[in-house]
Every structure is written in structure tokens, then in C-alpha cells.
Design a protein around this ligand. Structure first.
Ligand code: KG4
Length: 356
């Protein structure tokens, strides 16, 4: 939606500046992040993660909002400092509007609005999921840049989402399939919790899986029509199998930790890749990208490389720091929206739930 006030401010800022400098702000869950992008190049990306949730085995929303409140000013300050950019040089502020935890989102949304108002520059609202997809377009001076060409497929896998997205343009995406219950990351985190491992479970399972046998155990796979996913059955199958094994051997988890992790990871990767392969075939697309926190997973990255060889896919995997929640992906999305003069009004509310 083109907002009149933002458009006036855009014209004013455009007159005085040749460069386009976007400040991105991300606060949808438990990472407070700010990033600066100048003319499409990333200058800084600062992330403050919140260790406070580790003791609870999951994100505690109220604690997350409080930590965002403490972090937001120093994080933005640091991002501007590292970029060597002053507030007055900014062309616009892009912020995550949703989906996410409402209390967390409100901190970033309110801060972005206040700063944009005081600087009299346009505001750009960014969908967090679109940001994950466009992380594949983050460009850094002096680093190779070979982004996917439209249209391409993106497997977006995070703690809250598992989706196959058809990306037709920066501002035109279609969800071809998505989870009907739990997300892949959520399933990994919950199984890891059942095993008594730490939080978040993804990186721990990944590390253990590297030393285990992926064929040691078999867990049930879903039979969902079309391109949708389901992970709740696998989670239940994992839980009940474990309960049975623990009856015979109370130390079963300790004795089989690496094999359990490897088998769980292999099952999740198989489920994800089966549908992605189906989508690639159905839409005759060979450019395939990965996005979201779970894309840090080594088993999934290896499966991508294997598919590239077997099916002639050209694959795109963002740098690790751009796969988990970060503001660089919000700033790059904001940068492309700025080119379209796609601004948002000052009274735009945050959305806890919103699709791409
Ligand atoms: O995208 P993200 O940082 O946050 C959102 O959900 O938006 O994703 C977090 C998810 C968590 O479920 C975490 O366990 C998972 O990504 N994750 C991993 C790995 N690193 C993070 N899952 C598997 N292997 C990893 N190496």
C-alpha cells in the first residue's frame, strides 16, 4: 500500500540524498537485530540473542519482550556505528511487522515508528517470512554474489514454519505447500527436549547426528497429499518409540544418543526433500533456495548438494548468519520495497499471524 505521508517524505529524502540507506529492525521472537544496507550492500548486521530462555527449554514471550526493550537502543546504535552511517543519512526504516510474538514485535514496531517520525523518513513494513526468502539476495562488498533467478523455489524451514515458496519476483511469492501442524524446527526442538538435551535442540541434534547412524532407527513418515507437510506424527512416533525402549533400558537415550539424533534428522530431511523434489518436478524449476533457521542443518545442506548433483538443480544456501533471525534480511527486503515506493502508514499494527 502506498502511503501518502511516506511518499512525501520519500520525495524529500530522495532530493537530498543520492544513496539509498535502509535501517532494518527485527524483533519477532528472541533475537533483537538491526542492520544497515546502502545501495543494496550490507554494511552491518548486529544481533543480540537472548540466553534467558535456555533455562525454560523454550522462548518465554514476556521475558523476550523485556529483553528486546533493553536491547533495541544499543543494537540499533551499534549497527549504525559499524556501518559508519548517521541517523540523518537514513532513507527509510524497515521493520518486521509479523508474524511473531506480539510483545516482541511491538518493541521493534514502536521503535521503528518513533525513529522514522523523528527523522521524517518513510516506514517500510516487512513480512518476516519474505525476509527469510530474500536473505538469498544479501550482498556484501568484496564477496561473491550469485543470487537465484526468478522464478525459483525456496524451502523455508524455521522454528515456526515449513513452507515451499514459489518466488516469482521480490514482491511476488506464492506458497505451494506448508505444514498443516508443527514446523520442522519445532519438531526437532520438541524431540530434543524429550531426550533431555538443551534448547534450542536444532544445533544440538545436528552436532550429535554427525557422529550417528541415520539408518539405526525408523520413525513414521506422513502421507499428506499435495505439497503440504506434517511433522506432528513423527514427533509422536519418536516419543512413543523412546518410551518403549526406555522400559527395557533406562539409559537408552545415553547409549543411543547419536544414532537417535542421526535417525531423527534423516527422517525430517527426507520428508522435506521428498515434497521439494515433487514441487521442482511439477513446476519444472531447477533453481532451488533454502531459508530459515533449520537451513543451518548439515544434513539438510548435504541433501541439497546431493539433489543438485542428481537432478541438475542450481542451489542457493545463505550464509549461516542470514538463516537464523537477523535484520539484514529485513533491510534487504526493505531496500527492494523502497525501490517500489511500497511504504506503510504510521498506524500500521503488528501482526502475530500473517502469510507471505
Ligand atoms: O528461523 P529461526 O532462527 O527462528 C524462527 O523460527 O523464525 O529458526 C529457529 C529454528 C529452531 O527450531 C532451531 O532449533 C532450528 O531453527 N535450528 C536448527 C539448526 N540451527 C537452528 N535445526 C537443525 N539444525 C541446525 N543446525
Amino acid at each position: 500500500m502506498i502511503n501518502t505521508l511516506s511518499l512525501i517524505l520519500y520525495r524529500k529524502t530522495k532530493k537530498k540524498a543520492m544513496s539509498t540507506i535502509i535501517l532494518g529492525i527485527e524483533s519477532s521472537c528472541d533475537d533483537t537485530s538491526a542492520a544497515v544496507i546502502k545501495d543494496g550492500y550490507l554494511l552491518s548486521n548486529v544481533v543480540a540473542s537472548q540466553a534467558v530462555h535456555e533455562a525454560y527449554g523454550g522462548v518465554v514471550p514476556e521475558l523476550a519482550s523485556r529483553a528486546h526493550q533493553q536491547n533495541i537502543v544499543p543494537v540499533v546504535h551499534e549497527a549504525l556505528k559499524r556501518a559508519g552511517v548517521s541517523k540523518e543519512e537514513l532513507s527509510a526504516i524497515a521493520f518486521t511487522r509479523g508474524p511473531g510474538l506480539m510483545g516482541s514485535l511491538l518493541v521493534g514496531v514502536s521503535f521503528a515508528k518513533g525513529l522514522a517520525c523523528s527523522l521524517r523518513i518513510p516506514l517500510i513494513d516487512v513480512n518476516h517470512l519474505t525476509g527469510h526468502v530474500l536473505a538469498n539476495f544479501i550482498k556484501v562488498e568484496g564477496e561473491d554474489y550469485d543470487p537465484p533467478k526468478f522464478p525459483f523455489l525456496c524451502l523455508l524451514v524455521s522454528g515456526g514454519n515449513s513452507q515451499i515458496v514459489l518466488v516469482k519476483a521480490y514482491n511476488d511469492m506464492e506458497i505451494l505447500g506448508q505444514t498443516i501442524d508443527d514446523a520442522a524446527g519445532e519438531a526437532i526442538d520438541k524431540c530434543s527436549k524429550v531426550m533431555g538435551l538443551g534448547y534450542p535442540g536444532g544445533p544440538i541434534i545436528d552436532k550429535l547426528a554427525r557422529q550417528g547412524n541415520p539408518k539405526a532407527f525408523t520413525f513414521s513418515k506422513p502421507h499428506i497429499p499435495g505439497l503440504d507437510y506434517s511433522f506432528s506424527g513423527l514427533k509422536t512416533s519418536f516419543l512413543y518409540s523412546l518410551k518403549d525402549w526406555l522400559k527395557d533400558d533406562p539409559d537408552f537415550i545415553e547409549h543411543h544418543k547419536t544414532d537417535l539424533a542421526a535417525s531423527l534428522e534423516a527422517t525430517i530431511v527426507d520428508i522435506l526433500m521428498d515434497k521439494l523434489r515433487k514441487a521442482a518436478k511439477q513446476y519444472k524449476i531447477k533453481e532451488v533456495a533454502l531459508a530459515g533457521g533449520v537451513s543451518a542443518n548439515n544434513g539438510l545442506r548435504n541433501a541439497f548438494r546431493d539433489h543438485a548433483q542428481r537432478f541438475g538443480w542450481k542451489i542457493f544456501i545463505p550464509k549461516f548468519s542470514y538463516t537464523t533471525d537477523n535484520a539484514a534480511m529485513i533491510a534487504i527486503t526493505g531496500y527492494y520495497k523502497y525501490q517500489d515506493k511500497d511504504f506503510c502508514p504510521i498506524d500500521a499494527p503488528a501482526y502475530s499471524r500473517v502469510s507471505i
